[in-house]
Design a protein around this ligand. Structure first.
Ligand code: ADP
Ligand code: MG
Length: 505
């Protein structure tokens, strides 16, 4: 018996960085197959390959035994693959029916047959969501998120999808809406669809799926029937390493110096009421879900979108940082999430990149010895073919080292890292972690934003968790993933499905 979907030996590289390797995945008619793994494990990338949004660098896909290779999302759609992303693909100012049939409107003669379109939409919705009637004529933009999601599913059904991918579908839902979504997914199963379901909420995996595949660092760790694995085992498979062996040792109380950064009731348009202390020698991890205000906090401190209320003190002196230029002059460095567009001049040589931030300083701030570019390159253990090499030819890890050297040249007192190892090969990550810890050891205060829980847990001397633009709580060194996720979501059941005793939830 061939499975409806078979993906074999799938690999993917982005600009030479390998993010998927040798992935096998299959899914049957009437099956919900959950895909779990830490942030950055490769789940979304694998699904985008299936949906034709990315092209695989290696491997093959078969649907119903037929080879399928998609160069465009429409090709995947024609083969019966539909994907529902976290950000929906709906037009807010069109009706439900128009969205469901967008580009494929039933016609009578030359004109769109609105009656038929609305009738068909009503049938689909009634079948999919009998408990939550949605009018076919309502504007999609007026619907709450959960109903928009139902419209997305209806659209997939109207496309005769046989394989449906849902990427973290419950991330934006309230608890009571999750139950409804489960009901929809069960109906899809009954109709014989193959459902690939990405989630980091283990309870959902055990409630919904028949099998689960664990991805880690771009590789498949295992695929198992959910009955043959317990939630704690699943967590272990997802994390899969002893954190203490992997990250550089923490500072401990004696490594902590004077108070360097002090925020009180700080806010602007996107963040509010932030009270935060960071000491010299300390790494404070900033955790939180997407949209919780992590990057906005960094941008506020760095003067990109300056604070509008509250106070910011550096080394006991109150400051108004109104621009990145002012931040740099005050001794603040910011290694941004998107080093390619914000942190580096890719077509410029290593040398010029390293002196980039330093050259922005006013003359009075420049120090002679800060210009030892070769020394800085050595300090970050840069591997390049010399200081004249263009940065775009370096690996992700070495590009990140150039960004770091650039900031070292300004002799910063506080450095903010936003997702410091995103897009960096696993092998090179440890090197970046060592450099960040080394910086703290030199007495720099470090704020480190990361979506990767093991990184936050392994690196931080304290973890501050943001939710909804403000601080949800603070945790001492070495918190558990569930403690962080609880604060990040405000939802207690999210990461502790094993609490009841290890069986399926
Ligand atoms: P997950 O969905 O499991 O959190 P992703 O598939 O989004 O993981 O990411 C896997 C890895 O691929 C990450 O290291 C991420 O930074 C990288 N990545 C994803 N998309 C791109 C892209 N368009 N360009 C470069 N790297 C990417
Ligand atoms: Mg993802």
């Amino acid at each position: 018996m061939t499975r409806l979907l078979e993906m074999r030996d799938i690999g993917k590289e982005f600009l030479g960085v390998r993010v998927l390797e040798g992935i096998d995945l299959d899914c049957d008619r009437g099956e919900v197959h959950a895909i779990v793994g830490e942030n950055g494990a490769g789940k979304s990338t694998l699904m985008k390959i299936l949906a034709g949004a990315y092209t695989a660098s290696a491997g093959e896909i078969r649907i119903d035994g037929e080879p399928a290779s998609f160069n465009h999302p429409l090709e995947a759609q024609h083969a019966g693959v539909a994907i529902i992303y976290q950000e929906f693909n709906l037009l807010p100012d069109r009706t439900v029916a128009e969205n469901v049939f967008l580009g494929r409107e039933p016609r009578r003669g030359m004109l769109v047959d609105r009656g038929a379109m609305e009738e068909r939409t009503r049938e689909l919705l009634a079948e999919l969501a009998p408990d939550d009637p949605i009018s076919a004529r309502e504007l999609v933009g007026q619907l709450p998120v959960a109903r928009q999601q139902t419209v997305e599913i209806a659209k997939a059904l109207s496309l005769d999808a046989r394989i449906l991918v849902m990427d973290e579908p419950t991330a934006a839902l309230a608890a009571h809406e999750v139950e409804r979504l489960f009901d929809r997914v069960r109906r899809l199963r009954e109709r014989g669809l193959a459902v690939l379901y990405i989630s980091h909420r283990l309870r959902e995996v055990f409630d919904l799926a028949q099998r689960v595949t664990v991805l880690k660092d771009g590789k498949r760790v295992t695929t198992k029937p959910v009955g043959e694995v317990t939630p704690p085992e699943l967590v272990r498979l997802m994390v899969g390493r002893e954190l203490d062996d992997y990250f550089p040792p923490r500072a401990g109380p004696e490594g902590r110096g004077d108070l360097r950064l002090r925020l009180r009731d700080a806010g602007n348009a996107t963040i509010s009421g932030i009270d935060l202390d960071v000491h010299a020698g300390e790494i404070v991890g900033i955790a939180g879900l997407q949209g919780s205000g992590r990057t906005e906090l960094a941008r506020a401190i760095f003067g990109v979108e300056p604070l509008l209320s509250g106070t910011l003190e550096l080394d006991g002196t109150q400051r108004r940082i109104r621009s990145p230029h002012a931040a740099i002059a005050a001794g603040v460095g910011f290694v941004t999430e998107d080093r390619k567009s914000e942190g580096l001049a890719l077509a410029q040589p290593v040398r010029d990149n390293i002196s980039l931030a330093w050259r922005g300083l006013r003359r009075a701030f420049r120090r002679e010895h800060a210009l030892g570019i070769a020394e800085l390159a050595r300090a970050v253990e840069l591997r390049s073919r010399g200081l004249g090499q263009e940065v775009r030819f370096l690996s992700g890890g070495n590009q990140q080292k150039v960004v770091l050297a650039k900031w070292l040249a300004t002799e910063p007192r506080l450095v903010i890292f936003d997702e410091p190892t995103r897009g960096i090969d696993v092998g090179a990550r440890a090197g970046i972690h060592d450099l960040i810890r080394g910086l703290a050891k030199e007495g720099v205060a470090v704020l480190m934003i990361s979506s990767e829980l093991p990184e936050v847990i392994g690196m931080s001397d304290r973890v501050v968790v943001l939710r909804g633009g403000t601080i949800a709580g603070e945790l001492a060194a070495g918190p558990s993933e569930s403690e962080i996720m609880f604060l990040a979501t405000g939802e207690r059941d999210i990461a502790a499905p094993a609490a009841a005793g290890g069986g399926s939830a």
